[in-house]
Design a protein around this ligand. Structure first.
Ligand code: HEM
Length: 155
């Protein structure tokens, strides 16, 4: 199946045309700047940084963050098609995808808690311990995904 995928017109355009791969990788970097930038900023706020920013205002950025995620899922799939047989057996790539999957689950759990309890956190000034731990795990997973994503081309 992955060999077939590599032979499709889309995969050949991404892998062999002058602009296919750089365009998709460019979209990929824009997407990761948005999703990782916003989620890590939210997580840093949850662990106590940037005291002036309210949790409710951070929550209003969630749609933009998930838009960045979708940009990366789409551009990533295009990039993947060009060398599918290589990526599917590449340890760094598989590690990256696993960490992104776990980071997305963390993101959804934190987001739901923020929607329900953000106003309370803003008025009390305190965030429950379990959310702080989840925020630290989320930061570690996104950092790991970026490092593994970059390493994909080298290992
Ligand atoms: C939010 C999710 C994602 C993040 C944060 C992310 C992060 C990264 C990073 C940091 C790179 C290295 C960029 C570079 O070399 O300049 C990369 C490359 C890549 N990503 Fe993602 N990625 C995400 C989602 C995906 C998905 C869902 C797929 C595919 C199913 C994917 C497939 C790829 C491929 C094939 C490369 C190119 C590797 C190379 O040529 O070096 N990515 N990604």
């Amino acid at each position: 199946m992955f060999e077939w995928l590599e032979g499709t017109a889309v995969a050949l355009w991404v892998g062999e045309s002058l602009y296919g791969y750089p365009f998709m990788l460019g979209c990929h970097v824009v997407g990761l700047a948005i999703v990782v930038g916003l989620f890590v900023m939210r997580d840093l706020r949850l662990i106590g940084c940037f005291e002036g920013i309210s949790y409710e205002s951070l929550d209003s950025l969630r749609k933009l963050a998930w838009t960045g995620f979708v940009i990366n899922a789409i551009s990533g799939c295009f990039l993947f098609t060009s060398q599918a047989t290589m990526f599917v057996s590449n340890t760094a790539f598989l590690l990256k995808i696993s960490m992104i999957f776990l980071a997305a689950i963390c993101g959804a759990i934190i987001q739901n808690k923020m929607r329900d309890e953000g106003a309370t956190w803003d008025s009390s000034g305190a965030v429950v311990g379990s959310v702080k731990s989840l925020a630290m795990l989320s930061i570690a997973l996104w950092m790991g995904a970026i490092i593994a994503g970059r390493l994909t081309a080298y290992v």
